[in-house]
Write a protein that binds this ligand. Structure first.
Ligand code: COA
Length: 389
């Protein structure tokens, strides 16, 4: 087979279809499964149950779940003072910054406070139960980082972390109000669906950092940076901006035509793996129907649903493109009253469970990740000393 030309699609294949390692955490064959359990069954669980499954390898017993939830709660309510001190100052100097940057900085400070300098012994000798405890700390700390930043920029006095399931507690902290059972249940489902997805870009980035023998906090800051991009986690924020831009069902066809003509991607559509549809998008759209119709944002949600369906049918007809998880997630977060700039940070809260599980899996059977590149630069040429150029 001839080598692909430097500008052919094949030459910039982004590792599409390449098996880059092994995992026992998640499989995408036919139906999405976490550790062998079908995602349709896991949607009945609490977020803590799913996070425990990903991190410890099995669904918890009642006792294990109670203790795990208590550990996460303890971490959520005990953010180190230094982080809060830094956030207060950063909120004054850069209140408008991306909240993804805030989380990346927050995790970085936590790593420094923990003196997480990476393994002293060889990676395969690491005490992985210590790493799991570190992961639990991040699972509790990161939602608290998010809520604390929102308190800082809104000038609110910090309140204690609610002693409730993590999803409910976080939603209450962010919305600053009691939330209905249905809202909590739909929000929990978004976190479960966002929790894990095999070798996606941010997880692979985290595994690559881990493979060098570096520490968990460094790998997580890398993953947050990767998730921020609009082709990955950042898409959920862009989805809502696009729906707002379209405005009404009559505008859908001219809007889509313009996008396609300009070769602009439509956010929330397409997927590297799911070429005939993302099951998570179907499941979340169904879950969205559970939203409480007494909530004040339900009417706008219904309107957005109509608009979204119209976009879906136009894109299916014209490009055979189907929505991914970010498509329904954006409307649901909006209906729950969450501001757009929280959408991708919420993805971080959920994916922390998948990332940390992959980091530990990489540590447990490590080999440096170091692929090769095909050189397409200038052919060998004569060097000229500076004075002769
Ligand atoms: N809008 C418009 N066209 C799209 C598209 C989208 N969202 N997603 C894919 N396409 C087009 C591609 O341009 C390509 O067209 P071409 O063959 O005429 O060049 C064709 O569909 C095949 O796409 P492919 O190259 O296989 O996609 P990919 O695997 O490289 O990229 C994504 C996958 C996710 C990056 C891409 O679908 C995308 O940018 N989606 C929008 C961002 C998004 O929602 N990200 C969240 C993912 S969960």
């Amino acid at each position: 087979m001839p080598d692909p030309s430097p500008h052919s699609k094949d030459s910039r294949n982004g590792l599409a279809g390449v098996t880059a390692g092994h995992t026992s955490i998640c499989s995408l064959d036919r139906i999405l499964r976490y550790r062998g359990y079908a995602i349709t069954d896991l949607l009945e669980c609490s977020f803590e149950e799913v996070a425990y499954l990903l991190l410890w390898g099995d669904l918890p017993t009642k006792n294990q779940l109670r203790e795990f939830a208590m550990r996460l709660y303890t971490h959520a309510q005990s953010l180190p003072e230094t982080v809060l001190w830094c956030f207060e100052r950063l909120a004054k100097t850069s209140p408008q910054c991306s909240i993804m940057d805030v989380l990346r900085t927050g995790v970085s400070i936590l790593g420094q406070l923990e003196c997480d300098n990476g393994p002293e012994e060889m990676p395969h000798n690491r005490d992985l139960s210590q790493e799991r405890l570190k992961a639990e700390q991040l699972l509790g700390h990161v939602p608290a980082l998010l809520a604390s930043w929102i308190d800082c920029i809104s000038g609110r006095r910090p309140t204690p972390w609610p002693k409730k399931p993590l999803a409910t507690a976080l939603l209450e902290k962010l919305c600053h109000t009691q939330i209905s059972k249905n809202a909590a249940s739909v929000f929990t489902k978004t976190l479960i669906l966002y929790a894990e997805h095999e070798f996606n870009a941010s997880t692979f980035a985290a595994r690559t950092v881990t493979s060098t023998g570096s520490d968990m906090h460094s790998a997580i800051t890398t993953a947050i940076g990767a998730l921020k991009g609009p082709l990955h986690g950042g898409a959920n924020e862009k989805v809502l901006e696009q729906l707002m831009d379209i405005g009404t069902p009559e505008n859908v066809e001219p809007w889509v035509a313009r996008q396609l003509e300009n070769k602009d991607v439509i956010m929330g559509f397409g997927h590297r793996i799911y070429k005939s549809g993302d099951i998570r998008a179907i499941l979340l759209r169904e879950a969205g129907h559970q939203l409480d119709d007494s909530s004040p944002s339900f009417e706008p949600y219904r309107k957005l649903e109509k608009l979204a369906h119209k976009v879906e049918s136009v894109l299916l007809e014209q490009k055979r493109l189907k929505p991914n998880l970010d498509w329904p997630a954006a409307r649901i977060y909006h209906a729950l009253g969450l501001p757009i700039n929280l959408f991708t940070p919420l993805f971080v809260v959920a994916r922390m469970s998948g990332w940390t599980s992959h980091i530990i899996e990489q540590m447990s059977d490590n080999r440096l990740i170091r692929p090769v590149a095909k050189y397409i630069g200038p052919s060998p040429r004569q060097y000229l000393a500076l004075e002769d150029r």
